[in-house]
Design a protein around this ligand. Sequence first.
Ligand SMILES: [Zn+2]
Length: 410
Amino acid sequence: MTYIRGVEGEKMGLNKRYDGYKAYGYLDQNDFKRFKMAKEIDRVKEYLIPLSEEQEARVKKLAKESIFISLHEHPTILPENLENVMEYTRIGRDHCAYEGLSQSYYDVVFDNMLDGTSTITSANGWKWDDIIFDLGMRLCDIAHQDLVIPCRGIKDIYYAHREGKIAWVPSVEGAAPIENELDRIDILYGFGVRMMGITYSESNQLGSGIKEERDGGLTAFGKKAVRRMNQVGMAIDCSHTGYETTLDVIEESQHPIFLTHVGARSLWDSKRLSPDRVIKACASKGGIIAIEAAPHTTLTNKIRNHSIDSFMEHFKYIVDLVGIDHVAFGPDTLYGDHVGIHHLYAKQLSTKNTQGKEDFDEVEYVKGLENPTEASKNILRWLVKNSYSDQDIKKVLGENIIRVLKKIWK
Ligand SMILES: [Zn+2]
């Protein structure tokens, strides 16, 4: 096997070890129904924030030296023709975008594959059987290549960064699949899941989601689930959780929690974004707020067509509110037509009831944040262009998250 990589000793964070493997490459062409997939590179023309020569050199150096973590991502490829997506999803073989990831700056990716689009046995998603199927299938594919490694703990993060690999952290976006079974938290941890959302936008046995008009707070079972997640060492996410329920979780949890993909509701009135009081409560307990970039989420009253500019307005606002030590990135992007998929899965993904104000310009894609590769590059480029110090850049790219994970993961 020939590895495409740079000079020995130069591969940290850059020059990933990638040998050209494509998802399920261990099977023959006709072993399962394959669809023509979207392009991982240049589906739409890549946009890079323009920089001076000096800034380019700084980006290269920082990309190499920093541990860059995406706290919330979907690093998979969609079929090119969205009419095939429902059938593709029912087959249960999500295609990891190895080539795209190999060209990103990420060392660690939290993959929230197990969400409402996991519709193998049901039309509506969030079933235990489906997430286990999905998880096992992805782990099998990952076992057949060298670029992506399952991340079981902090040492795997350092290993991936050092060796030009990507540490893959399977995450479950909402806890509905555990139903009323606390032991399923242990089972998910056993299978490698290291982060779980308390709820998705709909309520479940644990608490209320942002979609609801009334927020009942964390339930008695939810309190037990938080305790169990603390005990096994699973990180907690409240990005889709109702605000009152989130405040209860922050209070109840022995460890800091994460808002892995949100923005500031003060800048754009959407339920998918967090009010100041929730952001402050999360940070005051030591938690992390990571910025979301899925289409039409992090808009602002001033910038109504979604791009890296409006996304970074949310970053700046939250840094001002709670300090740089509590902020990170969870762009929540994918390879393929993300806007199209939102239309297709409007029900499972609750985009309609939670996206908030209607008066924005719908974009075909988010300029500068079109997929994980482009997002990783432009986040760093923007920080360099805006003269953040090396120390602050390293904090928001990864060090803040690692500091908190060290308290949580066993
Ligand atoms: Zn989400």
